[in-house]
Structures are given as C-alpha cells and as structure tokens.
Design a protein around this ligand. Sequence first.
Ligand SMILES: [Fe+2]
Length: 310
Amino acid sequence: MTSMPLNVAGTPARDLFDPDGDARAYRVWRERKLAEYPRSTPELMVTVKDGRSLTAAEMDAMHLCLRRANMVIYRLENAAGEDKTLIRQLGSQFGLQRLDDNLCADEDGITSLRVVEQRQEGEYIPYTNRRLNWHTDGYYNAADRQVRGVILHCVQPAAEGGENALLDHEIAYIQLRDENPDFIRALMAADTMTVPANIRDGREIRPQHSGPVFSVDAGGKLHMRYSARARNIVWKDDSVTRAATEYLLNLFQQDSAYIFRHRLKPGEGVMSNNVLHCRTEFSDHPEGGPQRLLLRARYYDRISDPGAGA
Ligand SMILES: [Fe+2]
C-alpha cells in the first residue's frame, strides 16, 4: 500500500474515517490533528484589510487556521454595515460559490439574522434571542444539498450575550472514536438520524428524510450533520446510537479545551467547513437602538484549500 499524505489538510484515502479502514493511517492523522489544533481562540483570528481582495499573506493565514481547525475568525477592517456583496466576494476567494437557497434566505441567497417579532409556534430559533443549541448548519437538508461551507458575519452585536461556541467536527469524531469505534459505525449508518417533515399550515414544505451524522465527501473529507435539539431529530432506536448521542452531548457540556468561544464584533465573522456551533441567548438594545444583525451565507461548496495534499 502506498504511504498516506500526513498533513491534516491533505487528501487522505477515502477510508481514513472508516473505523474498519487503515488503522495506522488513522493514528498518524489523529496525532497530527490533535498536535496542530489551536489551543485558544486568538490562534484562530486573522485581520484582513480588504475583504474584497485578500493579500497572499492574509490568505495563507486564513488557510492555516482552516487546515488546523476547519474554521477561521476573520476581522475585516473595511466592513461597513450590511454589505452582502462583500461577504460574497470574501467567500468566492475561498471557492465558496453555490449558495444554499434555504427557506429563510433573502433573494440574494444570504440570510439576515435578526430578531423577528411575533413569529408563530414552531418558529426558527435563529430569528429569536433564545439560546441556540449545538448543531451544524442545514443538517435537515437533503443529501444532494448538504451545506459544506458557511460564513457567519457580524454587522451589529447584541447589547449583551450572543456568544458563539465552536467545535471542529473532526475533533468530535476523534473523541467519539477514542471512546468507542462502534459510536462511529452507528453515526455513519444511513438511517441513524431522521429529520421529521416540515409541515406549515397543513402543507409539507420538506419531506421526512434519514441520513448519517458523519459522512465522507468525494474529496475524502469528513462531513457532519447534527442537531442537539431533541425535537429536530428522531434518532435510530438502538442502544449504540443512544450511547453515541449521549456521549456527543457530554462533549459539549464539559469545559472542553477543544471548544472555542467568541462574541463577534462588528466586521468580524466565522468562515468554516460547517463546524459544530451554538449561541448563547442575548438581549438587544431597547427599541430605537441598534439591533443584533448577522449575515449568514451557506454554501454547497467546501472551502477550497490550495495547500491540500502539499
Ligand atoms: Fe448555525
């Protein structure tokens, strides 16, 4: 067998994430991933002068964060207000092109996240000020519309709260597999999670469908679909799946050294390969004051990495 590329950004064999695959290759990848994973939030932050046209050094710095943790927190020095074109242009420099046309996206495919008053029962929590539990974006999307890249950009933070916590899904995978490889086998099963149909006013907007939590894309990269919110998912009813999902929940509740916490400031954002994340509750300024506003762009593309396989 030929030797494996050893860098975390490389293009490993497709079976790297298969618990029954090449154990030695996995061990090498795992060691390197853990050794290179950032130790603190500041290690994930990159300041960018002009988000429309990054310098080579800024690109390199962002790619390094993405390689280590599947995410980067950027700070755009020229961001001003609700500029969706700027976010599009930033994303396109990273190969992010195909926007997810979800139910709540604005016409241009980028969603403005702000508190919307008087929504009905069954409202989407992103549009309220309540705590948002751990999830990956678009976990409910059909298999051919998976969200692989995400930009969450802050125009205006809340008066108080609204902090994000972030965890690289590759780290969650490692922790689960360390505990019990059967957890991975269970979470890779095609029927492990079922997303109930979305029915509004008696009309089915999205049919029920099942899929795996962990899957591997055509480039050999790990992809994750998940929501910790019990009402969002019907889990396969067997003891291993139950134990695996409980273990996963515990990863979030502990004071994990792998979880980054950050409250985005104006002009800052998170670009990621759809890592696990959550949000604390927040309160806005009194009426008349600035309201929290984030822009969210979800893509079918994974962030392209010119250094992959190098
Ligand atoms: Fe999200």
